[in-house]
Design a protein around this ligand. Sequence first.
Ligand SMILES: Nc1nc2c(ncn2[C@@H]2O[C@H](COP(=O)(O)OP(=O)(O)O)[C@@H](O)[C@H]2O)c(=O)[nH]1
Ligand SMILES: [Mg+2]
Length: 387
Amino acid sequence: MSEGVTLSVVMPCLNEEANVATCVKKALAAFAQAGIAGEVVVVDNGSKDRSAELAAAAGARVVRHDVKGYGAALRRGFAEARGEFILMGDADNTYDYTEIPLFMAGLRAGDDLVMGTRLGGTIHPGAMPWLHRYVGTPVLTTVLNLFFRARITDTNCGMRGFRKAAIDGLGLKCNGMEFASEMVVKAARARLKIGEVPINYYASTAGRVVHLRSFHDGWRHLRFMLVLAPKWLFLYPGTLLFLAGLLLTALLQFKEAHIFGVPLGLSTAVFAGAMLILGMQIAQFGIYAMILDSTRGIVPDDRVTRLVMRHFTLEKGLITATLILLAGLVLGGVTAVLLWQVAAAGGGISVTATKLATLSISIVILGIQIMFASFYVSLLELEKTLG
Ligand SMILES: Nc1nc2c(ncn2[C@@H]2O[C@H](COP(=O)(O)OP(=O)(O)O)[C@@H](O)[C@H]2O)c(=O)[nH]1
Ligand SMILES: [Mg+2]
């Protein structure tokens, strides 16, 4: 890239006067030892101590940024970086910058993103609180791997190397700590090549103010993964609920059907109807979200989106909806006749007729819902054709 810089080390820094100079010096030493044409960019946004001055004295280019937050600082640092590759890491001396060559090896071998892994490496005494080591990080990592098939072992690791152009294309936006998740999630969704290297993780200086707030930031990471995984948030649970509703509805048609010895009666019919409607609604949100993702073009289309995009037309949607609606109305008519007959014969509540009434109402609702959903999907698709 420009001016012959191969690697830019970007460090976000907020009140790290005890450690930032050491970090900068270690990175520069690694450049010298491995023969890397490198630069160190320290991004400070509001340190009240001498961080900026000490970082500059140690040989870093210090950039001031006025938007607060870890993600905001890093994004500014990436924009300032002149290298073809970037390595990001904390300025608290918890990461060992002499390990830079490990990341360079991965990047030179063709990885777009090389994640450090503390869990797969060595966590030195006092470096990571118990809650993060055994709960937070493993849980978030498992969710990430499940949702996005990333196959990494430490999603929260703050030391990462990447090809600048690959990450620039991801449209990263977060300002806070959840930026760490945003980067891996979007990289995995965009099917970038992600590698991993085991690293050492050390305790920082005693008494240092930690910026990460366990529950607040943990939730923000999780929230982020959920909204970027519409299949897991909406489509799978919604479909499951709908199928369970269908199964119950089928069972309800048999008089002798029992679940755990209890006969299936009117309340089960009401539950089944609710499951059908709710399941369909939740799954529909998933389809909207997936089409929206594909409209934005950062993510390769998945199978469901492709299927919808290829086969869906507003007319097909409306015809299907009308047929379902008609089926519901016919069933409703039949039910009404049945109810009149029972009433005429002086009977009380007819279980069969009430079950049918519930079912017909559910089917009518589903039909109407599919009708409006079809309009909404075609609106989203229009966005894609126009965009
Ligand atoms: N510039 C800047 N740096 C920040 C901000 N918040 C955190 N940092 C830096 O980002 C790095 C990570 O923060 P840290 O407290 O070590 O989080 P942890 O390693 O996840 O516990 C450190 O180098 C901090 O100085 C911020 O708002 N602005
Ligand atoms: Mg840290």
